[in-house]
Design a protein around this ligand. Structure first.
Ligand code: SF4
Ligand code: ZN
Length: 297
């Protein structure tokens, strides 16, 4: 039973309901045009693998909307190598082109090396995830753009979106809530538009659907995940959801209302990074600044 809605569904109807939810989200936010070239970011985890399977099914209805997948290999031994194989296998089964990009080839450094280098800085709040997030976003955008993508679909779930809202408040930056959207605006020609078709699907349901359909996904967590503040936001929201079913949806709807009533922050004018020529609000992009800092450690 779904505690937040009271629905009782058999296995088949449960999975069908997830697909229906995703289709409704795509349509509600006008995520895709009928001829978009779509690249889906697939890490190999439950959310992205579920999204890949659903989009591969939906794509069959749109002959002019080709779908590819991209996986970023951050260089995390014993974790990402297994996820890469799982992503590859799922793409192969679905007949979806699988693109790969690695931190090593893009930045000349792997996450394991970065994590070692920043150990001494941890007391200042810098975690491996702070670096990984920035570098992965850049890698995904570059790879998707080079593949000619019109849309880059990411597997952010209802949980990710509500955690981000809480984190924005914890970081003292509530106006950012207006910028966290299911479809991000295109603010520079070199940025591929990002869309989040799973933003109204709870993470547990995405995982359960993959489990019921016997879809293989990576179950072990990243060895660096424990250090992130996001984990505390996740635990808090999960506790509230267990006690007060529907909390995450209520927060998501509140975000939607806030977004429309918050003065829309003027989108920052982006130029190009002096080092890598990728879009940035400053002279040097955050990824290049981080790589420069790492040289000095
Ligand atoms: Fe990167 Fe952190 Fe995710 Fe691990 S948990 S893949 S370090 S962002
Ligand atoms: Zn740069």
């Amino acid at each position: 039973m779904r505690p937040y809605s009271g629905e009782r569904l058999c296995e088949r109807c449960f999975c069908q309901s997830i697909e229906t939810k995703v289709r409704a989200t795509i349509s509600k936010y006008n995520m895709f045009n009928h001829d978009d070239r779509i690249v889906v970011a697939v890490s190999g985890g439950k959310d992205s693998i579920t999204l890949l399977h659903i989009l591969a099914k939906i794509e069959k209805d749109f002959a002019n909307a080709p779908l590819s997948a991209v996986t970023v290999d951050e260089g995390i031994k014993g974790y990402r190598d297994e996820a890469l194989e799982i992503a590859e296998e799922n793409c192969h089964q679905l007949g979806v082109e699988h693109l790969k990009v690695s931190f090593r080839e893009m930045y000349g450094l792997e996450m394991d090396q970065i994590a070692k280098k920043i150990q001494q800085k941890e007391e200042k709040g810098l975690t491996p995830c702070s670096y990984c997030g920035v570098l992965r976003r850049k890698a995904l955008n570059t790879e998707a753009r080079e593949a000619g993508a019109d849309k880059l679909a990411t597997a952010h779930t209802l949980d990710d979106e509500t955690q981000t809202m809480i984190l924005n408040i914890i970081h003292g930056d509530p106006l950012r809530i207006a910028r966290v959207k299911p479809v991000l605006p295109v603010i520079h020609p070199k940025l591929v538009q990002r869309v989040k078709p799973l933003c109204e699907v709870p993470e547990r349901e995405a995982a359960f659907c993959a489990y019921l359909r016997k879809i293989e996904f990576q179950g072990i967590p990243c060895p660096y995940a424990g250090a992130a503040l996001r984990n505390d936001a996740r635990d808090m929201l999960n506790r509230m959801e267990r006690k007060h079913a529907g909390t995450k949806y209520t927060i998501f709807r509140s975000m939607e209302k806030l977004r429309s009533s918050l003065a829309t922050p003027t989108e920052q004018e982006l130029g190009e990074c002096e080092v890598c020529q990728e879009p940035t609000g400053g002279e040097v992009c955050r990824a290049c600044q981080m790589l420069e800092e790492l040289q000095d450690l």
